[in-house]
Design a protein. Structure first.
Lengths: 206, 653
């Protein structure tokens, strides 16, 4: 249970990577953008991959009537996410410490994991909802109003995960360093749970 | 100087003989250029980039052109001494001061010899310098923006030809006069030239941090023609060498009268000694009047200042600083090999090259073995300084460049060829014809301590039948030779722009990574910049109207302007708000008496428009900036001079 608890202490610390590294990355390449434009989605805002990328993405998007990319103060998520992540890191480490001193059982580990997973899924749902809104809720006076072959207005929602062709752009959307660190942390906690479960089972059978 | 007349040369006979030889070799090896391997050597596939930058002077275009090697593709024309309507250089209010001189606005010059800045004798790619020959000027061009940043006029000079060559740490850019003149200028009979005219050699310092030029001192030499020059390097660092002709000091029918002496001189100048002399208070301050024009990358604006004084140095007052090396046959090019040991005088009316030895020169100076003097300047004995003679078999040597393996390459104008020879043994290794009558040649870094000896570019004076004919006037032709092997191979012909004289080249990786893509709008300090579209406005000050206008794909802010009157002087200050690579916007308005403006991302430029007729007049963007470029337009309403219409401006109302 000691080893499991150490993992439970270390695991949540990986989430701190989200404060330094982007959670998600979206790149837009086109014939006239051999060096693609890109945005990094951090928990506290959207940032350029290369300087002026956001400005240039906004500049292109205005043709098709998309709104400007949100500033941190324009979305509640960017002020709330850092608090939630901080809280979860604190809780996780606390559970780990309590586990180390045998105040709580390994069941708390999986409890934290489940809560974090639910929050993660909610976050993804929210992110996707924003992208749907951003890509479909277009200015009716847009310069270019394009239709799909079936006659419905074309929308420009970037893919949540993977690649999509949007007009002349190749859009690739993938988790970035922050997300991978979070994933690693979550796996450590899952491992902590299994280790805790096994050692407890062993000590019970003995 | 009569003593140098004892060599008599049967010039005409030799020239006929050699012209015959040249033609024969020309035919035989031009077939070699058709081989498929030559095509592979110069082919840079679509999407690929060249290995070297080449900067070719534009000669009478007044500008500098940028090419790639080995493809011969032209990338850009950098306006330097000439107005350039393509970008508005010399037309916009910001760049007009760059062409100011003591003679007023001079919108043209004859640009000859580009030279890239060096550190420890190696190319460092900070700046490139070039001289204006006609109205003596030196320009400094940034190699991160590829724009002219500074132009300094050179007083007491005329025919600024032995310029603009730099010392091995870019301490100085040196400018010598080809035409000696009265110093100071005064009203006097032309035929009193001899003994009265002076040849000024100017040493212009380059500030290491920002490249700012300052004319530190001028050495007032005897009234010869100082034709070309190059710095010492390595062991000879601290010296500068100038070829001279017209040591006869003739003032008329020069082609005959200044070709009489069998030997003219290479002037060896110990500039370190003169620098020290000047630092210790030596020299004479002389009233002068010359322009110093500086363009600031952040204000995007040039300013012109008139300087009123110059420090002159009488060479006879600095013992041990200046010597003459007798050199046969009106030498033209003056080239120093990468080790700094050999100084090559290309005797343009000769078949041979004269190579002087730096070590021998120092020994002769220390032994005080002089052969008389000219105007108080010691003349060294020809035999004492001679390292060797290249018996080339060609005629009319002009210029020499070097590779990294101890070989030299010399152009021969009259016999129209490039000759490769070995330093030290003076043996000729190879010769290849040029098409036709080559002037300068260029090997990237070929006049530094570290040449990149893969290609040589020969710049020809005669084009004739090399391309489809375009009437009597054609662009000059340049040729690329592969020099990586023992024998040279002609691999490509390409047309140039203007009349390239010298050129400078460097590896692409020295410049490409630091080439600027945009100017930052946040760093724009232009007096009339419009940093936010909310600041776009129109202001009247009497008859002057200032329009603060911004551009972004694809509209002007504002695009409707009323309240302008006939007789107004309207300043359009255009700020490009793009911060994306390669998205300039242009500006032009009907009846503009200047050129368009081409405004780079983050930049501000100004054009003056003086409406003469009542009406509603359109303006538009001249650069195809986006799919909506055609819509990037606006109107100015011009009312009668006595109209009461208030100034107003709008966008999208």
């Amino acid at each position: 249970m000691k080893k499991a608890s150490i993992l439970m202490i270390v695991g949540p610390l990986f989430l701190l990577g989200l404060y330094a590294f982007p959670l998600w990355n979206i790149m837009l390449g086109a014939p006239q953008y051999p060096e693609p434009l890109g945005m990094n989605i951090h928990i506290d805002g959207i940032r350029d991959v290369n300087e002026f990328d956001l400005q240039n993405i906004d500049g292109l998007n205005h043709y098709i009537g998309m709104r400007k990319l949100p500033k941190p103060e324009e979305m509640w998520e960017f002020s709330t996410f850092p608090i939630i992540i901080g809280g979860m890191v604190f809780l996780g480490v606390l559970i780990g410490l309590l586990g180390y001193f045998k105040k709580v059982s390994y069941a708390w580990f999986i409890g934290w994991f489940v809560v974090m997973s639910i929050l993660g899924v909610l976050g993804m749902y929210d992110f996707n909802a924003w992208m749907v809104d951003y890509g479909t809720n277009l200015d009716p006076n847009a310069i270019m109003k394009l239709s799909n072959p079936d006659g419905t207005p074309m929308s420009y929602k970037p893919p949540l995960f993977g690649h999509a062709k949007m007009l002349n752009f190749d859009v690739t959307s993938l988790p970035s360093t922050g997300a991978w660190m979070m994933f690693t942390g979550m796996m450590l906690i899952l491992a902590a749970f299994f280790m805790g479960w096994k050692t407890t089972k062993k000590s019970k059978t003995l | 100087m009569k003593k140098y007349k004892h060599y008599v040369f049967a010039l005409l006979g030799v020239s006929l003989l050699l012209a015959g030889c040249g033609n024969q070799t020309g035919k035989s090896s031009s077939n070699g250029a058709l081989s498929s391997s030559a095509a592979e050597k110069v082919y840079v596939a679509p999407g690929e980039q060249d290995e070297y930058y080449a900067f070719l002077s534009g000669g009478y275009s007044g500008n500098l052109t940028v090419y790639g090697l080995p493809s011969g593709r032209m990338f850009k024309e950098i306006p330097v001494f000439s107005q350039f309507p393509t970008s508005g250089y010399g037309y916009s209010e910001e760049t007009k001061p760059m062409l100011n001189t003591s003679f007023g606005f001079v919108p043209w010059d004859d640009a000859h010899h580009p030279d890239i800045s060096q550190t420890n004798g190696e190319l460092d790619g900070r700046w490139i310098f070039i001289n204006g020959n006609n109205t003596p000027r030196i320009a400094r061009i940034s190699l991160s923006t590829f724009e002219t940043e500074e132009i300094i006029e050179v007083p007491n000079s005329a025919g600024n030809h032995s310029s603009s060559f730099i010392t091995e740490n870019t301490e100085y850019v040196v400018a010598g006069t080809r035409f000696s003149v009265p110093v100071p200028q005064r009203d006097m009979p032309i035929n009193e030239y001899k003994g009265n005219f002076k040849g000024a050699l100017s040493f212009i310092s380059v500030a290491p941090d920002n490249g700012r030029l300052n004319l530190e001192f001028q050495v007032l030499m005897p009234g010869f023609n100082y034709d070309l020059s190059h710095p010492g390097r390595g062991k000879s660092h601290g010296w500068f060498f100038f070829t001279t002709y017209n040591t006869e000091e003739a003032n008329s029918l020069m082609e005959v009268n200044s070709s009489q002496n069998d030997k003219d001189f290479i002037a060896a100048i110990n500039w370190k000694k003169i620098e020290e002399y000047v630092k210790n208070g030596g020299g004479t301050k002389m009233p002068a009047n010359y322009a110093h024009n500086v363009y600031d990358e952040h204000t995007h604006t040039g300013t012109s200042t008139m300087k009123k004084e110059v420090l002159t140095v009488d060479p006879t007052e600095v013992p041990g600083a200046v010597f003459f090396l007798p050199t046969p046959k009106s030498p033209h090019g003056c080239d120093v090999d990468p080790t700094g040991q050999y100084i090559i005088g290309n005797g343009k009316l000769s078949a041979d090259l004269t190579v002087h030895s730096f070590d021998k020169m120092i020994a002769a100076i220390e032994g005080e073995k002089f052969d008389g003097e000219a105007y108080g300047i010691p003349i060294l004995k020809f035999e004492d300084v001679l390292a060797g003679t290249v018996k080339s078999g060609g005629l009319g040597p002009l210029h020499t460049e070097f590779d990294a393996n101890g070989n030299a390459y010399t152009t021969f104008f009259i016999s129209s060829e490039v000759v490769k020879w070995k330093l030290g043994t003076w043996e000729v290794i190879d010769r290849k014809p040029t098409f036709y009558s080559v002037g300068h040649l260029m090997i990237p870094g070929g006049n530094s301590r570290k040449p990149f000896g893969k290609y040589v570019v020969a710049m020809n004076k005669i084009t004739k039948d090399r391309y489809l004919p375009t009437g009597p006037e054609m662009e000059h032709s340049a040729q690329i030779y592969d020099i990586s092997g023992e024998k040279m191979e002609l691999i490509y012909d390409f047309p140039t722009h203007g009349e390239p004289h010298y050129a400078a080249g460097c590896p692409a990786e020295l410049l490409a990574p630091k080439s600027k893509k945009i100017y930052r709008l946040s760093e724009n300090k232009h007096e009339f910049a419009t940093i936010s579209p909310n600041d776009a406005r129109v202001e009247r000050n009497g008859k002057e109207v200032h329009i603060y206008m911004s551009t972004i794909r694809s509209h002007f802010t504002p695009d409707n302007i009323e309240g302008i009157k006939v007789g107004d002087k309207v300043y359009f200050h255009i700020t490009n708000h793009e911060q994306d690579f390669d998205v300039p916007h242009g500006f032009s308005i009907i009846g503009q008496n200047t050129s368009e403006l081409l405004v780079m991302p983050g930049q501000t430029k100004t054009s003056i428009w003086e409406p003469k007729q009542v009406g509603v007049w359109p303006f538009y963007c001249t650069d195809f900036c986006s799919a909506l470029h055609q819509e990037m337009q606006g109107y100015v309403r011009v009312s009668p001079a006595n109209s009461n219409i208030e100034l107003s401006w709008s966008l999208g109302e």
